[in-house]
Design a protein around this ligand. Structure first.
Ligand code: CUA
Length: 314
């Protein structure tokens, strides 16, 4: 899909360059040849039927041709149901993307109950068309990975859909492309396209890690997480269910930085910093200040205990 959109783009770009060359060329030639100079009387024209016909008919035909080509692409972009082998849910919110992978990749069950999830990073199998069901938890965002497909709005209260396909393994950069507030520029998407074997290995690891809340070392942090404000906003599969903040089921193995803030990799120190004063790091964010150093309700020890628990969520 991305290739067919790019091809059309180059056709339009080429046509635009040709039109620009003709118009500017004619303007420059006319300006030089017919400029005012001594002893040279300007001739007066009152219309030229041939010229006017040309510059009416040619652009009209071009616009019609581009419309037909665009609608063909649009049909391809919207042809979500043909041949997709995998479905993914993409939820946008200020300012992260949460991706959910239904097990078994059953297209008739996009909300399969054993979902695994990842934040800002979407894993898929190379060569496989993937349906992306897109929604938003707050304002309008837009899902766009230019090298894989067209863009699609994420609208609160509604589910839109598109499909993407990566033909080569690798990572593909994408971004929210609808201005959605102070953190819009940080709302990045990384698509990781893997060979079937690599993908299966990643999936197996993610599944295995999805349920391990047993360590006594983290029992206290787990209890704090479920009883304090954390649980009101964040889902951890099998533990809490909330939709205001991003899901944290695999926060400890997340490859993208916390909150999508460049340089803020997931580690102990950064998690403590983030929970303590997230608005200080990412202005405009819904998550409040928690450290009592900044006027929040929690002391250092409490935050640290919660972070020790979060670090087990691989
Ligand atoms: Cu979300 Cu821009």
């Amino acid at each position: 899909m991305a290739r067919s959109i790019a091809d059309l783009y180059w056709v339009m770009f080429g046509a635009a360059v040709i039109v620009l060359a003709i118009v500017v060329g004619a303007l420059v030639i006319a300006g030089i040849r017919f400029r005012e100079r001594p002893g040279h009387q300007a001739r007066q024209y009152h219309g030229n039927n041939v010229l006017e016909l040309i510059w009416t008919v040619v652009p009209t035909l071009m616009v019609i041709a581009f419309s037909v080509l665009s609608f063909q692409r649009l049909a391809l972009v919207n042809d979500v149901d043909s041949g997709a082998a995998m479905t993914v849910k993409a939820d946008g919110q200020q300012w992260v993307w949460n991706f959910q992978y239904p097990l078994g990749f059953d297209p008739s069950d996009p909300a399969g109950k054993d979902d695994i999830s990842s934040l800002n990073q979407l894993h898929l199998e190379v060569g496989t068309p993937v349906i992306v069901y897109i929604s938003s938890k707050d304002v309008i965002h837009a899902f766009y990975v230019p090298k894989l497909g067209g863009q699609k709005d994420a609208v609160p209260g509604r589910e839109t859909s598109t499909w993407i396909q990566a033909d080569r393994p690798g990572t593909y950069a994408g971004q929210c492309i609808e201005f959605c507030g102070a953190g819009h520029a940080d709302m990045l998407i990384t698509v990781v396209a893997q060979s079937p074997a690599d993908y299966d290995a990643w999936l197996a690891g993610a599944l295995k890690d999805a349920n391990r809340f047993t360590s006594p070392d983290v029992a206290k942090g787990k209890q704090l997480f479920t009883t304090l404000a954390c649980a009101g906003c964040h889902t951890i599969q099998g533990l809490t269910k909330a939709t205001i903040g991003p899901e944290l089921t695999h926060i400890a193995s997340q490859k993208t930085p916390i909150g999508g803030v460049a340089g803020l990799d997931v580690n102990e120190a950064n998690l403590i910093k983030w929970i303590g004063n997230a608005p200080g790091i990412k202005p405009g964010i819904v998550m409040p200040v928690f450290s009592n150093k900044y006027g929040g309700p929690l002391d250092d020890a409490t935050i640290n205990t919660i972070v020790q628990f979060l670090l087990t969520l691989k």
